[in-house]
Write a protein that binds this ligand. Structure first.
Ligand SMILES: [Mg+2]
Length: 255
C-alpha cells in the first residue's frame, strides 16, 4: 500500500483537509499532520523560537502548533512510522494562482516535501469572492477538487515527478470538471488594498487585503484556465534562478 502524507495551511479542522484525507484513503495509508490553527499566507515559514507539540487527533492523525512547513518536517521525520510515497497539501479554501503562490502555506508544504525528496502536490479550490468567498464552504463543495487530488496523487505514485518540481493544482469551484490544462504561473496586478482603521484611542492601524484580485490575462496561465472552468496544473520549480537573466548579466554587466 502506498503511504500518503496529508497537510494544509487552513488547519486540521478545515473541511478541505477532511474531504481530502478521506478521498485519498482509496489509494493507500493516509497520515495527517496539520496546523492546529489557520496558517494561510505564512508561506514557507519555519518555527525556530519555540517548541512544537504534536497532539494526536485520531488514527495516524496529528495537529501541530506550527506552520505547514513545520508539519511536513516533524511529520515526515518523527511522527510517521514509514516514509511517504507522496505528499498532498490542501484542499485549500481559495485559489493559489499567479504570484500568490509565493504567499501560500499550501504550496510551501509541497515545497518542503520536494526538498525532502518526496513527490508533492498542492491542491486548492479556487473560490470566486463574489460568489461566496466569505461564506462557509460545505464539504460537498470540495468534491471535484478531492476527485482531482486523488487522480493526480495516483499519477504521481505511478510516474513520479521531475526533480525539484511540485505540482500546483487549482480546481474551479464547480460541481464537475471541464478537464485539465497544464499551465504556467500567471501574474496578479496588485490593487494595494489596504484598509485604514482607528482604535478607540485614535491610533491608526492598517489591514491588508479584502480587494478583489485583478489578473493579467495571459495565454496558458493558471488563472486563465481556472476562469475558463478547467483544472489548472502548474509544474513549479524550486530553483528560483532566472537562468536567462543570469546569462545576460554574466555577459553584459562589467562590475
Ligand atoms: Mg489557506
Amino acid at each position: 500500500m502506498p503511504v500518503i502524507f496529508v497537510t494544509n495551511d487552513d488547519g486540521i479542522s478545515s473541511s478541505g483537509i477532511k474531504v481530502l484525507s478521506k478521498a485519498l484513503r482509496a489509494l493507500g495509508d493516509v497520515y495527517v499532520v496539520a496546523p492546529d490553527s489557520e496558517q494561510s499566507a505564512v508561506a514557507h515559514a519555519l518555527t525556530l523560537n519555540r517548541p512544537l507539540k504534536p497532539v494526536r487527533t485520531g488514527n495516524r492523525s496529528y495537529s501541530l502548533n506550527g506552520t505547514p512547513t513545520d508539519c511536513v518536517i516533524i511529520g515526515v521525520n518523527r511522527l510517521m512510522a514509514e516514509r511517504p510515497d507522496v505528499i498532498v497539501s490542501g484542499i485549500n479554501h481559495g485559489g493559489n494562482l499567479g504570484d500568490d503562490v509565493t504567499y501560500s502555506g499550501t504550496v510551501a508544504a509541497a515545497m518542503e516535501g520536494t526538498l525532502l525528496g518526496i513527490p508533492s502536490i498542492a491542491v486548492s479550490l479556487a473560490i470566486d469572492r463574489q460568489s461566496g468567498g466569505d461564506i462557509i464552504i460545505t464539504p460537498s463543495r470540495f468534491r471535484t477538487a478531492a476527485e482531482t487530488a486523488v487522480k493526480f496523487a495516483e499519477a504521481v505514485l505511478k510516474k513520479g515527478l521531475p526533480k525539484d518540481t511540485l505540482l500546483n493544482i487549482n480546481v474551479p469551484d464547480a460541481p464537475e470538471s471541464k478537464g485539465v490544462k497544464f499551465t504556467r504561473q500567471g501574474r496578479r496586478v496588485y490593487d494595494n488594498s489596504i484598509r485604514e482603521i482607528s482604535d478607540p484611542k485614535g491610533n491608526r492601524h492598517y489591514w491588508i487585503g479584502g480587494g478583489a484580485p485583478i489578473w493579467e490575462k495571459g495565454e496558458e496561465t493558471d488563472i486563465a484556465a481556472v476562469i475558463e472552468g478547467y483544472v489548472s496544473v502548474t509544474p513549479v520549480h524550486l530553483d528560483m534562478t532566472n537562468h536567462k537573466a543570469l546569462e545576460f548579466i554574466k555577459k553584459r554587466w562589467k562590475v
